[in-house]
Write a protein that binds this ligand. Structure first.
Ligand code: GLU
Length: 336
């Protein structure tokens, strides 16, 4: 009987899902490649014909933008060669960032799924095999088409836009606050909770080297000196994870005025959910004042995602002066 299963291309980038104990290192380190991961998953061969590649073997904190752009090009090649969907396995520590960065550039309707594990393969109750199986199941499902990049962990699919790591060690590590999760897996298939939404126009590919974009958290008693040092140190833009709805101290606000004359300054929230405000608070250091001083509000984008978007916009040729408009398309969801 001919094999009529869809093809899913799986590539590994490293992370806990691929880690085995090393005596020399005293803990687990990435060693397994994608073929070994795929072989460890019971039932995977019944869902799809799996092709594999090993692109990196890194802890995810050491992945960089160029690694991701290479993975993106590889994923596109797999779709061009006939893959129904693509799965990347990687560490969970930066998953919310890598998923968002890839989503900014993913133009294809085919699903690009990211997954990982919270427990290494030799641990009791290792979650990697279940996550990889779930990721492949989502990748082949027709309802997953045209939803951009999805993160599949613990039988839940998250949109790149909303996903964040909400727990450092628990198996249920990922949350999608505000926008909500995309789907849950029930009896082997994803159940999506919302109709597809129109995706933002993906960005054009980088035309220059990735800029250095600083991310500075505003903290109690902070006068913004660190943000100023970043600009003096050559950072081309600054994202500030501001207090509450995007606020800073009086002194920090003054510095933002001076910095915004030199580089794009974007204000996000350091809270774990919610949008920045735009027109509520009128005091010095609040959104109305900061926008008057030349800063841009990040809206619903987390500080981590705002930083990636700013870097990607600059890398894809958007002039610093035009960054505010480009950012507003992605960040602001206004009342309907
Ligand atoms: N908890 C992380 C993981 O899932 C640690 C290592 C990493 O991010 O690569 O993979």
């Amino acid at each position: 009987m001919p094999n009529s299963l869809p093809v899913v291309a799986v590539a590994s980038l490293g992370g806990t899902i691929s880690m085995t104990p090393s005596d020399a290192a005293g803990g687990v380190v990435p060693t397994l490649d994608a073929a070994q991961l795929a072989r460890s998953v019971p039932g995977l061969a019944d869902v799809a014909t799996i092709t594999t590649a090993s692109l990196r073997q890194l802890p995810s904190a050491s992945l960089c933008h160029d690694d991701l752009m290479e993975a993106l090009a590889w994923a596109e090649q797999q779709v061009a060669a006939g893959a129904r969907g693509v799965v990347l396995t990687q560490g969970t520590d930066t998953l919310e960032e890598t998923a968002f960065l890839l989503d900014l550039f993913w133009t294809l309707p085919e699903p690009l799924i990211l997954t990982g594990a919270m427990r290494a393969p030799q641990a009791a109750g290792a979650d990697g095999p279940a996550n990889l199986l779930a990721a492949v199941r989502v990748a082949v499902h027709p309802e997953s088409v045209a939803r951009g990049v999805l993160v599949v962990m613990n039988d839940t699919a998250h949109y790149a836009r909303w996903v964040s790591k909400g727990d450092s060690l628990a198996v249920q590590a990922f949350v999608s606050r505000d926008g909500g999760v995309a789907a849950r897996l029930v009896e082997g298939g994803p159940v999506f909770f919302h109709a597809r939404q129109t995706r933002q126009q993906p960005l054009t590919r980088p035309v220059r080297a990735w800029p250095k974009v600083a991310l500075v958290t505003a903290v109690l008693g902070d006068d913004g000196e660190l943000a100023e040092m970043a600009v003096k140190g050559g950072y081309e833009a600054v994202v500030i994870a501001g207090q509450g709805a995007g606020h800073v101290s009086f002194g920090f606000a003054q510095r933002i005025g001076a910095l915004a004359e030199q580089v794009p300054v974007v204000i996000a929230s350091r809270a774990s959910g919610g949008s920045t405000a735009y027109q509520t608070y009128g005091y010095v250091g609040a959104e109305i004042d900061l926008v008057r001083r030349g800063a841009h509000m990040a809206g619903w984008l987390s500080a981590l995602k705002a930083r990636l978007l700013v870097a990607a916009l600059l890398a894809s040729g958007v002039a610093p002066g035009a960054l505010g408009n480009a950012l507003a398309n992605w960040s602001r969801l206004t009342p309907q």
